[in-house]
Design a protein around this ligand. Sequence first.
Ligand SMILES: NC(=O)c1ccc[n+]([C@@H]2O[C@H](COP(=O)([O-])OP(=O)(O)OC[C@H]3O[C@@H](n4cnc5c(N)ncnc54)[C@H](OP(=O)(O)O)[C@@H]3O)[C@@H](O)[C@H]2O)c1
Length: 267
Amino acid sequence: MTRIAVLGAGKIGEALLAGLLAAGRPAADLVFTERHPERAAELTRRLGVGSADVPKAAAEADVVVVAVKPQDIAPVLTDLKPALRPGTLVVSLCAGLPTALFESGLPEGTPVVRVMPNTPMVVGEAMSAVSGGTHATPEHLALVEELLGAVGAVVRVPESQQDAVTALSGSGPAYFFFLVEAMIDAGILLGLPRAVAADLIIQSAYGAATMLRESSDHPVLLREAVTSPAGTTIAAIRELERHGVRAALIDAIEAARDRSVELGRSV
Ligand SMILES: NC(=O)c1ccc[n+]([C@@H]2O[C@H](COP(=O)([O-])OP(=O)(O)OC[C@H]3O[C@@H](n4cnc5c(N)ncnc54)[C@H](OP(=O)(O)O)[C@@H]3O)[C@@H](O)[C@H]2O)c1
């Protein structure tokens, strides 16, 4: 039995609690903390999981998952430090906060694992990248992979790659939303009703994503398979290349990585 405390039950914290319950964790092994009593009561009603304040939740937990906004971290560490039992694993879902920040604010030797999840966690399809801090063992990492596995896929990366992860999968869903939005506009330009254009594009995105995940073929091969000589797709691809869309995506993701580094320096 592993008791898990989720500190901050906002979008990500709630999604994790729901995923853990769906994966068969008993509600009695879970607890969360929230600043607003009405939100806490509503969550308890909906999920059947109890709430507590940070010191109480932390003192009884084997794993403490921190899911507050990065700017709210200071008071949480202040509350956690005296409450943590030796050996309690601290898992941070806070974008951009290094494991060293937790290690310096918590008792010496505290194992810390940093996770970069993304919003599809709310539908059980997150992409999470995990990195261990100084005192995290392979067993700690395996436990975090199991927990996060309840809400999506998990990869293990060195912490030095977390800024790149933030730029790729952390912000990644936004790039796809942006693309879908632009393609729906194109459908409207071509005279389709908005709802029809949205259905066509969203199902195409879902189908393409499923093919990418289930096929071992490189994306180039999947694209070539629908690009016939003198056909419609190659006419569109020529325009995408003429407008530098590939270079724009590479530059955009590099800019996101640079911003992540910058934000990390400011904490
Ligand atoms: N959303 C994403 O796509 C995403 C992706 C990757 C990583 N993350 C990371 O996940 C974390 C949570 O993000 P989110 O989108 O779930 O944010 P959120 O919806 O704002 O949730 C954070 C929750 O923590 C509560 N909180 C703040 N300080 C607290 C404290 N001292 N004690 C108890 N509860 C406290 C907040 O309450 P209030 O309402 O009072 O502020 C809020 O309900 C962030 O660190 C973020 O960087 C999010």
